[in-house]
Ligand binder design. Structure first.
Ligand code: NAP
Length: 288
């Protein structure tokens, strides 16, 4: 069978960089469609990944970048600075990407969304953006596979680790089924191997439930390169500062939603159709 080619927008992102490498290792040709060619070239040096210039704000660049691809994977995010702005990456950028994908005969779009976006007790604008992006995909002329992940292990190393500390904020009242990009990437690959023309939606959860503090303790227990400690900031501190900073307001809202979102395990069908995640948090920590 011909090797399928996946164009990826967002491959230079925190999660996108890992997923891109895993998709390449799963037997796909990869085209990284990036607005920052130097950053992409450095990230994917010594690989066979092709890099093309593309900006979600410029539809022509997307059409050029997607040419020859069979599939499109989108690892997009909404930045705090997009509040009140005209261009929203996950609505306007996504719309441009869908149109370019249709023009270039892409067969399917894979989209990284989020489980916590359905947290009901909030009117936060970012969750509205994320819900609209899902509707855009479900109503588009192209079949979409939408992934709704819980927390990623990589948050611990790439967002929460500051020096020799793991930063926490407030208390998470329930637990999340954490997952690593290693298993998630393999599930995306499995979804892209399926042959059908309908939309598909998959919650993405890993093998073990932890609240943030339990996850940090388990990670620290098995992480060998350094001796780490936990630092916890109270949520009232975020509430105090957030009127003065879009970034802190953003962090407060996402942390508040994760801390209160009552996650239950709903990924039986995902595991059956896309494979059961193998990597535990202990295994993730020991991989460093
Ligand atoms: N972290 C978690 O535990 C978790 C859980 C569930 C869901 N998620 C979701 O995962 C998604 C991705 O997260 P992430 O941390 O990987 O995001 P990220 O680091 O912010 O990556 C965003 C990517 O989009 C690219 N991009 C932005 N604007 C662009 C434009 N105009 N043209 C072309 N490319 C553009 C960025 O390129 P540059 O490198 O040039 O900026 C970057 O590669 C988020 O939507 C988040 O909600 C995360």
């Amino acid at each position: 069978m011909k090797k399928q080619t996946i164009a990826i927008v967002g491959a230079t992102g925190m999660l996108g960089s890992h997923v891109t490498r895993i998709l390449a290792s799963q037997g796909f040709n990869i085209i990284v469609a990036a607005r920052n060619m130097d950053k992409a070239a450095e990230m994917f040096q010594n690989t066979e990944i092709e890099i093309r210039k593309a900006d979600l704000k410029k539809p022509d660049t997307l059409r050029d970048a997607f040419r020859g691809a069979d599939l499109l994977y989108l690892n997009l995010s909404t930045a705090p600075s997009e509040r009140g702005q005209h261009f929203k990456t996950e609505i306007d950028g996504l719309g441009n990407a869908i149109n370019a994908a249709i023009d270039t005969n892409i067969g399917r779009i894979g989209y990284l969304s989020s489980l916590v976006k359905d947290y009901s007790d909030t009117t936060w604008w970012v969750f509205d953006v994320k819900r609209k992006s899902v509707q855009l995909l479900l109503n588009s002329a192209l079949p979409a596979t939408i992934f709704y992940p819980s927390n990623f292990y990589e948050n611990l190393t790439e967002l929460q680790m500051k020096g020799n500390r793991i930063m926490l904020a407030g208390d998470q009242i329930t637990k999340s089924w954490w997952i690593g990009t290693e298993d998630y990437g393999k599930q995306v690959a499995a979804a892209f191997r399926q042959q059908h023309n309908e939309n598909r939606e998959y919650p993405i959860q890993g093998p073990e439930p932890y609240n943030f503090e339990e996850a940090a303790k388990e990670f620290i227990r098995h992480y060998k390169p350094a001796s780490l400690k936990i630092s916890k900031a109270p949520m009232w501190l975020f509430r105090l500062i957030k009127p003065f900073s879009k970034e802190v307001d953003f962090q407060y809202n996402i942390l508040n939603a994760i801390n209160h979102y009552e996650e239950t395990f709903i990924s039986e069908k995902t595991w059956k159709e896309l494979g059961r995640p193998q990597q535990t948090l202990k295994m993730f920590a020991e991989s460093f």
